[in-house]
Design a binder for this molecule. Structure first.
Ligand code: ADP
Ligand code: MG
Length: 339
């Protein structure tokens, strides 16, 4: 249903752009293109006809979190990514996969010792994408044993097939204050991989400098933590929502389908994202979603009726304890830029 979520997001991006805030957008529907062109942002495209690549196996200097170490941080991210590809994995399968990932990095002389991420002893030069393994390296390792053969087969498209642009070294740079990831070309089936890839990349970029104000927008986020509904992906997203303020940032999740978001772990992840959001904006919802929502927020009976009857561009904003019925409006000048 087209109710104005992306329109409102574009308007915010435009206004933040004028304020000089650094912004990262994941755009699965190719609808931010005009806006980006009009304000001289950058569009990063991956897909079959693009010649820009990102290697999911890259470990970046700014990726480190909670003193866990580079490789450990990367492994937990990768488990999320491979969950999207392999589907549900039990603890044993995850452990086996982890073992193979460790081997994959070890072959490139990268270990749990953080010093191994540097090219030199005095730690001046961090390793680059060309020092990292690629999916093909993992693919080969997974083929060495019978018990991981199944995983290897699922990687075929990413190494040799229609998605083989995932098997390249990174060749793009992020040096604009507005960066939009256009993953439209991946198509419905594969869009989640692109979302995860860019979320991983942008999240590291966001952590680079705490003193710069920034925002990340994840449009149609249900594609990543909806249908596939897996814990490792959801907890990565949740972590962003929980910790981004610490890095001077804000995160905006945009979704049509609330039921998907609340399907996992009895709604625990959806709830955490809601609780960690200082503003919540509801456009018109249908009965089923209203009843889910009323379980997790303090919607009054009157508001339930209001939400059901909202028109395009109208919304109910929760800002702290205030609930405000709002119409999203902008000047013709702004509308020309964002449409
Ligand atoms: N507040 C608004 N004022 C004018 N046009 C709007 C407004 N909200 C949405 N639209 C238009 O309605 C259409 C659908 O809006 P969109 O934001 O893409 O929906 P959603 O993201 O919720 O699916 C778009 O063409 C958009 O330009
Ligand atoms: Mg939209």
């Amino acid at each position: 249903m087209d109710l104005g979520k992306s329109f409102f997001t574009k308007l915010q991006i435009l206004r933040y752009r004028l304020m000089g805030i650094e912004q990262y957008v994941i755009d699965p529907e190719r609808e931010y293109t005009n806006l980006v062109k009009n304000v001289d942002g950058v569009i990063l495209k991956i897909g079959p006809t693009a010649n820009t690549y990102i290697n999911i196996l890259d470990i970046r200097k700014e990726s480190i979190e909670d003193e866990r170490g580079y490789l450990a941080t990367k492994i937990s991210r990768l488990i999320g990514f491979f969950n999207l590809i392999f589907g549900y994995m039990n603890e044993e399968e995850k452990a086996i996969l982890e073992d193979k990932i460790i081997k994959c990095y070890k072959d490139k002389n990268i270990t749990f010792d953080d010093d191994s991420l540097y090219k030199d002893k005095n730690k001046k030069n961090f390793k680059t994408t060309h020092d990292m393994p690629r999916l093909e390296d993992l693919y080969n390792i997974l083929g060495e044993e019978k018990k991981t053969k199944k995983m290897q087969i699922k990687l075929i498209p990413f190494v040799k097939g229609s998605l083989k642009y995932f098997n390249e070294y990174t060749n793009l740079e992020l040096n604009n204050k507005l960066i939009v990831a256009d993953i439209y070309e991946l198509g419905e089936e594969n869009i989640k991989y692109g979302m995860y890839l860019f979320t991983d990349l942008f999240w590291d970029k966001i952590k680079k400098n705490r003193n710069i104000k920034k925002a990340i927008y994840l449009d149609e986020i249900w594609q990543m933590i909806g249908i596939t509904a897996n814990k490792d992906v959801a907890s990565f997203i949740y972590k962003i929502f929980k910790t981004i303020r610490k890095y001077g940032g804000s995160s905006i999740a945009i979704t049509q389908d609330i039921s998907d978001l609340f399907s996992l772990e009895d709604g625990a992840y959806g709830k955490s994202i809601l609780n960690n959001s200082s503003n919540k904006i509801f456009f018109s919802l249908e009965e089923e979603n209203i009843s889910i929502l009323s379980k997790y927020t303090n919607l009054s009976e009157k508001e339930k009726i209001e939400i059901r009857n909202l028109n395009r561009g109208e919304c109910l904003i929760f800002a702290g304890d205030e609930h405000i019925l709002t119409k999203i409006d902008c000047s013709d000048y702004e509308e020309n830029i964002i449409k």
